[in-house]
Design a protein around this ligand. Structure first.
Ligand SMILES: *Cc1c(COP(=O)(O)O)cnc(C)c1O
Length: 494
């Protein structure tokens, strides 16, 4: 059995996968990790011909082994069907000297769909398995992508309810339209008169407020988290690393067992950590490139071993990576510190109190699977333009950061192994920036006007779900103050 334990628990208590998924964050604020890391049950060669659902079944089984095969199959069927616009789910496109793993073919055109289409089903199945009779209330603060992907995943899933808060003036026009038009009887979304930090801090307070939790429990409800700290969001992301490798073998770009490099646009460190888990399962990954925007805490961490959040926060054109503290890094730190919760607690306490902490030399050496680069705003725009010119391929600003990092790495190392860039959003989600990059001046158009203008410049079709937004009915137009968030939650839970 793959049991889970908290990175911070010195007693090393364990729980099952389904229990860890229901918990989300551990009670000691640590993150759940496998107590012993699973191993592939079949040789890699056997995985090379499986379709996405069957590949996912193989991988999920290793980590979520208290779920039966039938339970996992049902979850996978519900998650990876017609809501994706390609049967491959995560197709690889070859463009110029790089390969792009497109993770944006789901219902909200962002990579978070891959995990968030599956998580609600893993969660409701976990409730049944653990004889939980209450209903799950998902509370999320979002800077744009997560909220919509979570709502799309949980919409009309029985025995769940989802409440999303976003900064009403802090998300893009398209992201806002995506959220306010979300259908579903169990969905609620509110703009708040604060920034993302206000939303996030207040949501954390509400989640930990004992009075609110007691009130909820009295009406048979409990909070849970759809955040990437949930192990149920991390595990589904391992699958597409295998899917990418499989496609490179099929294209004969590589032969089985050849090494590849992945470049990952990184924010909370969930996506790239899943890649490292894939490597630990035996996928031949030579290196993982951690790509950051101007918020380059992780670049410095991998270069020096010093994790230092004391710096200015930059608002960039890749907002999903505007982050100074990457929660999932804790899972990597736990491993390089020798799976020692005491050492991890010391490190995190220092980081949380002083704003920075330095890894010892032995632990630092264990980071050698990673290299790190960051791209500033000009480099990001240039990368979008050059990729369009050189490879006739349009990338979004997040993907551009990773594409830039891949090119830096290529130039520095003369790497011969193929590089796969994780492409995390459809370019039409950020039309203003992509248009700016391609035309080399700030467009006058914003929102849907910019989207139309962009569609006149590139060949890519506007995805169905974004096209539909233009005429979709606005269902949620409530804006509230930060102070009213708690009462709003209590009023909304039914
Ligand atoms: C969330 C997100 C990222 C960052 O992924 P992490 O798992 O947080 O590192 C990158 N690009 C896009 C478009 C995203 O939505």
């Amino acid at each position: 059995m793959t049991q889970y334990r908290s990175t911070r628990d010195e007693q090393q208590q364990t729980l099952s996968a389904s229990q860890a998924i229901l918990q989300g964050l551990a009670p000691d604020n640590g993150l759940y990790v496998p107590a012993t890391f699973p191993k592939l049950k079949r040789p890699l060669a056997d995985l090379m011909t499986l379709n996405y659902q069957d590949l996912a079944l193989e991988i999920l089984h290793l980590f979520l082994d208290d779920y039966s095969t039938d339970e996992l199959k049902q979850c996978l069927q519900a998650a990876y069907g017609d809501q994706f616009d390609t049967a491959k789910i995560t197709p690889v496109k070859i463009a110029g000297d790089l390969n792009y793993l497109e993770l944006f073919h789901g219902p909200t055109s962002a990579f978070k769909d891959i995990a968030l289409q599956l998580l609600p089903h893993l969660m409701t199945t976990a409730m049944q398995k653990n004889q939980a009779t209450d209903k799950v209330v998902i509370l999320t603060a979002t800077s744009g992508d997560t909220g919509k992907a979570a709502m799309a995943g949980f919409a009309d899933v029985p025995d769940t309810q989802i409440i999303v808060f976003y900064p009403k003036d802090g998300v893009s026009a398209i992201q806002k339209q995506q959220m306010v038009t979300q259908a579903g009887a169990n969905v609620a979304v509110f703009g708040i008169d604060g920034n993302f930090d206000d939303a996030q801090t207040t949501v954390k307070h509400i989640l930990n407020d004992s009075k609110i939790n007691t009130t909820l429990a009295a009406s048979q409800h409990r909070f849970s988290s759809a955040n990437s700290i949930n192990i149920g969001r991390l595990v589904p992301q391992i699958v597409y690393y295998f899917a990418a490798y499989q496609q490179l073998v099929q294209h004969e770009t590589i032969q089985l067992n050849d090494e590849v490099v992945f470049s990952v646009p990184t924010g909370n460190f969930g996506d790239i950590l899943a890649g490292w888990y894939a490597k630990r399962l035996g996928l031949p990954i030579k290196r993982l490139i951690c790509a950051s925007n101007e918020n380059n805490v992780l670049t410095d961490f991998f270069k020096t071993g010093c994790y230092d959040r004391q710096r200015a926060f930059h608002v960039t054109t890749s907002p999903s990576m505007d982050i100074l503290v990457s929660s999932n890094l804790e899972r990597l730190l736990f491993e390089v510190l020798g799976e020692d919760p005491k050492a991890l607690n010391n490190f995190m306490t220092e980081f949380e109190t002083k704003g920075k902490a330095q890894l010892d030399a032995t632990s630092y050496k264990r980071l050698s699977d990673f290299v790190a680069y960051s791209a500033d705003e000009t480099q990001t725009l240039t990368e979008i333009r050059q990729t369009q010119t050189n490879a006739l391929y349009t990338i979004d600003p997040h993907t551009a950061v990773a594409s830039f990092a891949a090119h830096q790495y290529l130039a520095e190392t003369q790497e011969t192994a193929p590089i796969i860039v994780l492409s995390t959003a459809n370019p039409y989600k950020f039309p203003e920036t992509v248009l700016h990059a391609l035309t080399q001046h700030q467009p006058l158009e914003t929102g849907f006007e910019a989207l139309k203008a962009l569609s006149n410049v590139i060949d890519l079709k506007v995805p169905r779900n974004i096209k539909r937004l233009m005429t979709a009915e606005v269902l949620h137009d409530q804006a509230i103050s930060v102070d009213d968030m708690a009462t709003t939650v209590l009023k909304t839970v039914k």
